[in-house]
Design a binder for this molecule. Structure first.
Ligand code: ADP
Ligand code: MG
Length: 243
């Protein structure tokens, strides 16, 4: 795949939930490309379909209609085992609520996804240490989540994503539970994922800070993609890939 190819391609995507005899169109005919080496924000109010879209990209849910390609591979062609491998080997997840296991220390949390891989104990420990160093939390390695601030917990979550060397990170409201100063620091760290680790970052959010920081902003309203704004023309050769 060449540099210019999208890492994620979404075409005419629909997701309709059937709930108590009612049809809820969470995602309606969304088409967009996400390019490597960029920070992409998908923004919209609560209920606009952001989390639904992220789950579809992650292969955690199936579209009612439409297609998704991940690094040129059609998601619909992957069986459950291949989807699991995709999530394990190529996608890092970051959540609003951090998603840390409460009884595990920071370093144990970072090591969790690595346990699904064939790594020696020593290599695993080294990867964990490197990731915690990179987010500036090595001195908190033995703390449990409740002994950490919200910003620190989110940094542990970022270290956990980083340690597994994903191709891209899907972040659902990563600053949603943080004050704006702390949110800014988390965004700066996500920016360094893009610039220093060559990891593509996709953030769904309604936080205006994220919209300012992102290279590309796609806006959803009631499941529709209503706007695509390019913030940093240098980042993808100056082309907008709207629908
Ligand atoms: P956002 O993340 O932007 O807040 P969501 O993707 O969570 O939006 O939800 C989009 C719409 O789909 C909302 O109207 C929500 O109530 C509905 N929805 C989300 N998940 C489900 C589900 N599992 N079953 C039924 N409706 C759902
Ligand atoms: Mg959501």
């Amino acid at each position: 795949m060449s540099q210019a190819d999208p890492i994620i391609r979404i075409k005419n995507l629909h997701r309709v939930y059937h709930l108590g005899g009612e049809d809820i169109h969470a995602v309606r005919d969304v088409s967009l490309d996400i390019h490597p080496g960029q920070m992409t924000a998908i923004v919209g109010r609560s209920g606009s379909g952001k989390t639904t879209l992220l789950n579809l990209i992650a292969g955690l849910d199936d579209p009612t209609e439409g297609e998704i390609w991940i690094e040129g591979q059609r998601l619909a062609d992957l069986d459950p085992v291949a989807r699991l491998a995709l999530r394990r080997d190529r996608i890092g997840f970051v959540f609003q609520s951090f998603g840390l296991l409460p009884l595990l220390s920071a370093e144990e949390n970072v090591g969790v996804p690595l346990r699904m891989r064939r790594l020696s104990r020593r290599d695993r420990q080294q990867a964990v240490k490197n990731a915690l160093d990179w987010v500036g939390l090595n001195e908190r390695a033995h703390h449990r989540p409740y002994e950490l601030s919200g910003g620190e917990q989110q940094r542990v979550a970022l270290a956990r994503a980083l340690a597994a060397h994903p191709h891209f990170i899907l972040a659902d409201e990563p600053t949603g539970q943080l004050d704006s100063q702390t949110g800014k620091k988390i965004l700066a760290l996500l920016r360094r994922f893009v610039s220093e680790q060559a990891i593509t970052v996709v953030i769904v959010t309604h936080d205006p800070q994220v919209m300012e920081e992102a290279d590309v902003v796609h806006e959803l309203r009631d499941g529709h993609l209503i706007d695509t704004r390019l913030k940093n023309p240098a980042a993808n050769g100056g082309t907008v890939n709207a629908r």
